[in-house]
Structures are given as structure tokens and as C-alpha cells.
Design a protein around this ligand. Sequence first.
Ligand code: KG4
Ligand code: ZN
Length: 339
Amino acid sequence: MTQNTKVLGIDTSCDDTAMALLEAEKFGFRIISNVVSSQVKIHQQYGGVYPFLAKREHQKNLPIVFKKVLQQAKSKTFDMIGVTVGPGLEPCLWQGINFAKEIAVKHKKSLITINHIEAHILANFIERKSTAIKLPAVCLVVSGGHTTLFLMKKIGRYELIGETLDDAAGEALDKIARILGLGYPGGPAIAAEAKKYKGSTSVFLPRPMMRQKNYNFSFSGLKTAVLYKCKARDLNAEFIQAMCAEAQQAVIDVLLHKTLKAARDYKVKTVMLGGGVVANEALRKQFGEKLQAENFAFIVPSKEFCTDNGAMIAAAAYFHRKDKKNLFKNIAAQGNLAI
Ligand code: KG4
Ligand code: ZN
């Protein structure tokens, strides 16, 4: 069971019920079906994810999404299942785990436990041949919950080289958007406002920890700086656009500076990105220009595979299909699971 293995991937770590079916081919994957049921509209009114509401929605959506995946695939067959066990919101993770267990037993398929952060990195292998990715690589995962730099020696072997000491970059963008009254999720809303910015008003935000000689990050100060600058003033459209452009650029500057430093210091061949924040167009463009100018191979998943999705879980499950430790026995949700 190697070539043409069909893998079902399930992710319920946060507010998306995501499921996909991939077929492993000789050097890559074919995406048979890919469904994400977003809960954005439900959580918008709370300005963030409300875990117990998310849990209830996952429970309701999982059978519907599974049915859609099989309908899109025009087939009911698959060979194995991968499910996220952490990190994430535990009540949400349990929904995916229980559903995955149920279908694994019913269809007599193996079930592989997946780390969500590793899956964000392995999303880079969905659309390209693994032989085309030259390792070692520096991997930057930037999501709503994580901002982490890894040195990747091979699939399954990662060395943590830096992480955020407080808020994740996505979390900071979400909080800044809330201060500016832009709603949830903040990252895409800030990107849309930043795009409208014409340069007439200027604001300046700090680049936290950028000049420190380590690979760690800190983003909570950025949110505090925005809060301070917004106090007792009119949040007119021009100011909001200027603030969004600056907040987005501050995040990009710090992420790019530290990633480039890690790539040079560790003398890697490739820089790989993953996580919802790297769906950001300005970030992708600036990383591409800077890294390619220094002859690093730069790879980033298509936008739909940056934000949470089932395809990255299926890809990760395929790569871990032979690891005994990933096979489920006493499978449990692990909210703070490390790579
Ligand atoms: O990876 P992800 O979908 O979920 C987690 O694992 O957290 O990341 C979600 C984060 C949110 O903070 C959201 O605001 C951010 O990714 N995000 C973006 C963009 N799309 C999503 N941030 C900046 N620009 C975007 N286009
Ligand atoms: Zn994620």
C-alpha cells in the first residue's frame, strides 16, 4: 500500500471543519476532494472563536462534510485516515477524533494521529513532488495560535529554533482588527484595508525583537501600540488604512528578518512557510523577493492550503503511515501538543 493510496484527512482544531481526500502518487498527491466548512459567521459576533460553540458546530458539520467529500470524490473508498490530535482547542479536537475513530472502525481502516503544526509545514508537499524540495529547510509556521521557526532535516525531524514569547502573529492581527472595528478573522480584513492605503497619513509601529540575536518573536507589544495610538482619536477610513498597512508591514518585517537570519545561519537550501497568515499576499511577495535574491529556494502552499484544511492532514498521515507512534491506540486530544 504505497502508490495510489487514498488518504482521508480530518481537522477540527479550531473553527473550521476541514476534510479532504488525497491520492498518493509516485512523487506527490492528487487532490480528489477538499471541503472546508467555515464557522466564521457564527464566531464573528464574539470577535473570536468561542470553543463550545465551535465544538457544537463541528459535531453537526462533520457528517455533512464527510458526505460532501465522498460525493465530490464520486467514490466511497479510501485506504487510511489522518486526524489532528493537537495542538488546538481540545473540545474541538475531540469532535474530529471521535468521528475519525468511528469511521476507522466502521470501514476497517488505519487511523494516524497528526500534529497540526507539522501538517502546516507538510502542506508544502501537497502540490509538488517531494523530490523537488531540497532539505535542510528553515520552516516558518505562522497561524492564529503559533509563530514558530523550525529547522527541518527531513520529514518527521524538526528542531525548534525560535517561537513567539507571547501572542502569535495571527492572534495579534486578529486583536488589532478588533481594536479597529474590522471584525473576525482579522488577518484578511487588515490585508484588505492595507491594500487601499494610498500613503497620505503615516503611522509608525515598533518591530518587536527584530534586532535581537535570536530567532524568537513577540507580537503582543504591537497590539498595545495600536491600542495606544487609537486612543481618543477619530478612527476615520484613512487612519484605519494607514494603521493596517503599518501593522501588516511590521509583522512581515519581523518575520522576514528572523527567517532570513535563520536561513543564512543554518546554511539551508530552502525556506518553507505554512499557516493561515502566510496566505497574506504582501507577505508572500516580499518573502519571495528577498529569499530568491539570496538564492534560497522559497516555497509556500497555495492560499487554500495555508489556512486550515484537511489536505495537509491527509498528506501528513501518508508520510507517517509507517510510524508506530502515530497509529492510534489510546488516542486523545492534546491541546498543547509540541512537534
Ligand atoms: O492556520 P490558521 O487557518 O488557523 C490556525 O491554526 O490558527 O490561521 C488563522 C490565522 C488567523 O489569525 C487569521 O487572521 C490569519 O490566519 N489569516 C491571515 C490571512 N488569512 C488568514 N493573516 C493575514 N493575511 C491573510 N490573508
Ligand atoms: Zn492552523
